[in-house]
Design a protein around this ligand. Structure first.
Ligand SMILES: Nc1ncnc2c1ncn2[C@@H]1O[C@H](COP(=O)(O)OP(=O)(O)O)[C@@H](O)[C@H]1O
Ligand SMILES: [Mg+2]
Length: 118
């Protein structure tokens, strides 16, 4: 599971699109801000794209059936993951995106990447 961190416009959805493309998903990936979660089944693995922006706690995330996304046999990517930090698995890969003033981005990746690529 990939946990994105970074404010509005950081590039979280753009990176989620890249993940979807890597899975071979051809659908247009849009921000799940209002739906909370979008599921794409057309790729090598199911892709669960969650946006926690409107959630106020880990408990709320669990209430919306987080387990079925986190452990649903696919890849789960969460935008605004800092809002549901306590509901994330210990092996979450954290991707911090920080836009810099020159238009570039500083990206810090932390966690067990080998879990993702096998
Ligand atoms: N790495 C990048 N390089 C250039 N532009 C980017 C990059 N990542 C995102 N953008 C642009 O920044 C804007 C916000 O990106 P988005 O992924 O929607 O951010 P977030 O989901 O974090 O709010 C979009 O217009 C997007 O095209
Ligand atoms: Mg977004």
């Amino acid at each position: 599971m990939i946990a994105f961190r970074g404010g509005l416009g950081a590039g979280k959805t753009a990176m989620a699109r890249g993940l979807a493309r890597g899975l071979g998903i051809r659908d247009l990936v849009t921000s799940p801000t209002y739906t909370l979660v979008n599921e794409y089944d057309g790729g090598r693995l199911p892709f669960f794209h969650v946006d926690a922006y409107r959630l106020s706690s880990a408990g709320e995330f669990e209430f919306m059936d987080a387990r079925s996304y986190l452990y649903g046999g696919g890849l789960c990517a969460i935008e605004w993951s800092e809002r549901v930090r306590d509901a994330l698995p210990a092996d979450a890969v954290i991707v911090d995106i920080e836009p810099l003033s020159d238009g570039s981005r500083k990206i810090r990746i932390e966690g067990a990447l080998e879990e993702i690529v096998t």
